[in-house]
Design a protein around this ligand. Structure first.
Ligand code: F6R
Length: 611
C-alpha cells in the first residue's frame, strides 16, 4: 500500500516521477505528491489520483533532475491535501515519502511536541520526518546518521525515501517490511516500491532487504544496514515488457486481465507441463520434493483471493495426494499461537509477494522450523526471497486491483503441485496422471470458449445490476469459487455478496431468500450434483432468482434456474479454472454499469503492506 518512486540522474525528473507513480497507482490512490529537489525543493501534492496531481501541477516549475514521489493509501488521517506525501519537517531541512505504519508515532509525537514541534497533518509520516530533523539538529550530524538513528527509535514498518535540503544531490532510502527496489542506470538511479516504474528504464536492480539503508547519489550508490556499514549488494537483471502496462485496447485493466487468462495460464504451465512426456516439472520444488512428499501436514497461508486459491489447494492436495492440508488466513495464523514445527510444510500464496500478514506468517513458520514454500507472481518480491523454495505463477503484471489472472495462475500451480505429489506418492496411477496432464493442457482453449460469450454476460449484468445483495453457493471444489465470485462482485461493484457452501444454506442464509435475492449456484456435474439439485429446488421454493453455472449438456438445471450459464464439461479438479471466469465477467460488467471505478475500487489497494 502506498507507492514510492524516486530518481536522481541527469534526465528531467518530473515526467519520470509521474510515469512511475502511474504504474504504482494500484498500490493506493487517495492522494499523490512529488518533491523536485535539485537545489531548492518544490513540493506539489493533492488529494485524488495521479491525473489530479498532474492537473494541479500544470504550468508550475517542474525543472530538475532529482526528486521523489508518492501515491497514498490512507492509514493515519483522511485522504486530503495536507495528509498527502511528501511531508516536510518543521524547519524545512527534510522531505520524506513513506509506505508503512509508524506504530509508536503517538509517543514520538508527544515527545517532539514537548520539544516545540507542531504538526500540520494527522499522519505518522510527519512524526518520522520531524524526528529525523530533531536528531539532525540536536546532534549536529549528517543527514544519513540522523535517518539511521531515527529509524532505531521507530516501531512499525517503513519504506522511506528522504531528501535533506542541506545535502542536495542525494536520496536516502531505507526499508523495514515495506518493499523498495533500486534501479541502476548509467549515472542515474531509481528507487521504487516495486519494479514497475523501472521497466524500460534500467536493466539492473537491487532489492533492498529489511534494515537496509541506501545512500544514493548521481554517480554513487552506498548500501549499508541500520546496524553496520557493511555493504551488501546483489544485482538482479530486470526483464519486463513495458507493453504489460498498456490496457491493450480494453477499457479497463481488469477486462484485459480476464481476457489474458488463456495466455497467462499457458505461461504458468509453460515448460512445466509436458503432455508429450506425461510429465510435470516444477524446478522450483525439485530440491524440496522429498520433504514435501513426506510432509505430515501442509499448512497454506494467504489472504483474500489468494486464500481462496489456497482452499482449492487444500481440496486438490488432499484429494489427489492424500496429505492433510489446513488453510489459514495469514492474519489469524500469525497471531493465534499456531502449532507448527519441523514436520510441517507451509505454503504461502501471494500475488504481490508483499502482503504484510502473509510475510509475517512465513517468518513465524520459518522460525518454528517448518519448510516454507511460496507461490508468488511478482519476481524478486519479499515472499520469493524469504521462502525456502517456491513456484512463480508467471501470470504477468496484474494491475487491476481485483485479482483475476493471478488467481487462475495460482490454481494452475496448485493443480500441478497436487498432481505431481499424487503421482510421486502413488495415489494417482500413471494413466490418471497422464489424463489430468492432457486435460490441464486443454483448459486455456475451454476458457477461450467461455470468453467468447462476453455479450451474454453483459446482458446478464444488465438484468441483475440493481439488486442490492447476492448469494453465491457451491459445493466441493466449487465452494471456494463461490467465495471468490462473491468477493469479486462486492469489491468492484459495492454490492453486498456472500459466498457459502451450498449445504450450509439451510443453517441460516436461507432466511434471506426471496424474489429480491439473486443466488448464483455452481451446479457442475460432480459427486454432489444430486444434492445441489435439491438445494436449487429449496431456493426456487423461496422464489429467489437463480443464476446457475452448469456443465454443457446439463438438462435438469435449465428447468429449475432462471438463467443458466454453460461451461465446458471436464474433471472436477479443474472446476475453479473454468467456473470463475463467468463470475469475473459478471462482476466486471455490473461494476461498469453501476459507474464504479473497476480498476481502482474505493478504499482498496492491491498490495496490502500494512496489517
Ligand atoms: C481481491 C484481491 C485481494 C488479494 C489479497 C492478497 O481481488 O486482490 O483480496 O488477493 O489482498 O494479496 P496477495 O495475493 O498479493 O497477497
Amino acid at each position: 500500500m502506498c507507492g514510492i518512486v524516486g530518481y536522481i540522474g541527469s534526465r528531467p525528473v518530473y515526467p519520470l516521477l509521474v510515469e512511475g507513480l502511474k504504474r504504482l497507482e494500484y498500490r493506493g490512490y487517495d492522494s499523490a505528491g512529488v518533491a523536485i529537489c535539485d537545489t531548492t525543493a518544490r513540493i506539489y501534492k493533492c488529494s485524488g489520483k495521479i491525473r489530479d496531481l498532474e492537473a494541479s501541477v500544470s504550468g508550475k516549475d517542474t525543472q530538475g533532475t532529482a526528486g521523489i514521489g508518492h501515491t497514498r493509501w490512507a492509514t493515519h488521517g483522511k485522504p486530503n491535501d495536507v495528509n498527502a506525501h511528501p511531508h516536510v519537517s518543521g524547519n524545512g531541512h527534510f522531505i520524506l515519502v513513506h509506505n508503512g505504519i509508524i506504530e509508536n508515532y503517538s509517543v514520538l509525537k508527544a515527545k517532539l511536541q514537548d520539544r516545540g514541534y507542531t504538526f500540520k497533518s494527522e499522519t505518522d509520516t510527519e512524526v518520522l520526518v520531524n524526528l529525523i530533523e530533531y536528531i539532525y539538529l540536536k546532534g549536529k550530524t549528517e543527514a544519513e546518521v540522523a535517518v539511521r538513528l531515527a529509524l532505531t527509535k521507530v516501531a512499525g514498518t517503513y519504506g522511506i525515501v528522504v531528501i535533506c535540503n542541506d545535502e542536495p544531490g542525494q536520496l536516502i532510502a531505507a526499508r523495514r517490511s515495506s518493499p523498495l527496489v533500486i534501479g541502476i542506470g548509467a549515472g542515474e538511479y531509481f528507487i521504487a516500491s516495486d519494479t514497475s516504474p523501472l521497466a524500460g528504464q534500467v536493466q539492473s536492480v537491487i532489492y533492498m532487504n529489511d534494515d537496509d539503508v541506501a545512500i544514493i547519489k548521481r554517480n554513487e550508490l552506498v548500501l549499508k544496514t541500520l546496524a553496520t556499514d557493511e555493504p551488501r549488494i546483489k544485482l538482479h537483471n530486470l526483464n519486463i515488457d513495458t507493453g504489460e502496462f498498456d490496457k491493450g485496447g480494453y477499457d479497463h485493466y481488469m477486462l484485459k486481465e480476464i481476457f489474458e487468462q488463456p495466455v497467462s495460464i499457458t505461461n504458468t504451465f509453460r515448460g512445466r507441463l509436458l503432455p508429450d512426456k506425461n510429465e510435470i516439472r516444477l524446478g522450483g520444488l525439485f530440491h524440496v520434493m522429498p520433504r514435501l512428499q513426506e510432509a505430515g501436514r501442509i499448512i497454506i497461508v494467504a489472504c483474500g483471493t489468494s486464500w481462496h486459491a489456497g482452499l482449492i489447494g487444500e481440496y486438490l492436495i488432499e484429494d489427489l495426494a492424500r496429505i492433510p492440508v489446513e488453510v489459514e488466513y495469514a492474519s489469524e495464523f500469525r497471531y493465534r499461537n499456531p502449532v507448527v514445527g519441523p514436520g510441517d510444510v507451509v505454503i504461502a500464496i501471494s500475488q504481490s509477494g508483499e502482503t504484510a500478514d502473509t510475510l509475517a506468517a512465513v517468518r513465524l513458520a520459518r522460525e518454528a522450523g517448518a519448510l516454507v514454500l511460496g507461490i508468488c507472481n511478482v519476481t524478486g518480491s519479499s515472499l520469493s526471497r524469504e521462502t525456502d523454495a517456491g513456484v512463480y505463477t508467471h501470470a504477468g503484471f496484474e494491475i487491476g486491483v481485483a485479482s483475476t489472472k493471478a488467481f487462475t495462475a495460482q490454481v494452475t500451480v496448485l493443480i500441478m503441485t497436487a498432481l505431481l505429489l499424487g503421482y510421486k506418492k502413488g495415489s494417482l496411477t500413471k494413466e490418471q496422471y497422464a489424463s489430468f496432464i492432457g486435460e490441464l493442457d486443454s483448459i486455456p482453449a475451454s476458457i477461450e470458449k467461455i470468453l467468447a460469450d462476453n455479450e451474454f454476460y453483459l446482458n446478464l449484468a444488465k438484468e441483475f445490476k440493481d439488486f442490492p445483495s447476492f448469494i453465491f453457493l457451491g459445493r466441493g471444489y466449487c465452494f471456494p469459487v463461490a467465495l471468490e465470485g462473491a468477493l469479486k462482485l462486492k469489491e468492484i461493484s459495492y454490492i453486498h455478496a456472500e459466498g457459502y457452501p451450498a449445504a450450509e444454506m439451510k443453517h441460516g442464509p436461507i432466511a434471506l431468500m426471496d424474489e429480491n435475492m439473486p443466488v448464483v449456484v455452481l451446479a457442475l456435474k460432480d459427486k454432489s450434483y444430486d444434492k445441489i439439485i435439491s438445494n436449487l429446488q429449496e431456493i426456487k421454493a423461496r422464489k429467489a432468482r437463480i443464476i446457475a453455472i452448469v456443465n454443457e449438456g446439463d438438462t435438469l438445471v435449465p428447468d429449475i434456474a432462471d438463467r443458466v450459464i454453460s461451461i465446458p464439461a471436464g474433471s472436477v479438479i479443474f472446476s475453479a479454472l473454468l467456473a470463475v471466469i463467468p463470475m469475473q465477467l459478471i462482476a466486471y460488467h455490473i461494476s461498469v454499469m453501476r459507474g464504479c471505478d473497476v480498476d481502482q475500487p474505493r478504499n482498496l489497494a492491491k498490495s496490502v503492506t500494512v496489517e
